[in-house]
Write a protein that binds this ligand. Structure first.
Ligand SMILES: [Zn+2]
Length: 201
């Protein structure tokens, strides 16, 4: 096979065995790979949730509270432990593999799942979730990971953080490449819904 690439009028041209192909840029921008919203079902769709705590490694956005991810809460009275009372679930946003899980991450259960974002792995921690999956378990998009866990005196929520490095129990570790979950969620979900969730915070 004879392959030749040339540039003509600023456009690459590809010739394979004397057949000429003109390369055009992709139209419509990058394709959005849809994810499942990590919480929200039935009468409580994504529109009903809000972010109570931001991804904030410095404390500037959270009134001094440094935090690796976002805390997602149901915007329904009475605020606090309503997610558990309603028996709501937490879902895997995409296909993935469990890389770590524990029943006691400072008193709450959590699981770390390796998913993919922009074609490379991203490790996502779902915490305060009654998840019994062990490392090595395969999950599929939309699988129920568990229910909301009790955090006595502090209120039910999904703690959702992510990093480009494989991590387990780490918290604010400067050696880990933490990623703000908001732009990542926006890349895979309806960004209006994600914005609405943030506006309520
Ligand atoms: Zn949190």
């Amino acid at each position: 096979m004879d392959i030749c690439i040339t540039i003509s009028n600023d456009r690459p041209e590809l010739t394979i065995d004397n057949v000429r192909y003109i390369c055009r840029p992709m139209e419509g921008g990058p394709v959005r790979i849809p994810w499942h919203f990590p919480v929200g079902e039935g009468s409580y769709p994504p529109e009903r949730w809000y972010v109570a705590t931001w991804h904030d490694l410095t404390g500037v956005r959270n009134d001094g509270y440094r935090h690796t991810g976002i805390d997602i809460n149901l915007d329904v009275s009475p605020w606090g432990d309503v997610e558990r009372a309603l028996n709501l679930s937490v879902f895997a946003v995409d296909d993935g593999v469990v890389t770590y899980s524990t029943m006691n991450w400072s008193g709450v259960p959590m699981v770390v799942i390796r998913h993919e974002h922009e074609g490379v792995p991203i490790w996502v921690r779902y915490a305060h979730v009654t998840c019994y999956l062990r490392a090595g378990a395969i999950v599929h998009q939309g699988d129920i990971l568990g229910g909301f866990a009790d955090w006595p005196g502090k209120g039910d929520h999904l703690h959702f953080d992510m990093a480009r490095d494989p991590f387990t129990r780490e918290w604010l570790d400067p050696d880990i490449l933490w990623v703000d979950p908001v732009p990542v969620l926006k890349a895979h979900l309806d960004s209006d819904v994600v914005d609405a969730m943030l506006r309520k915070s």
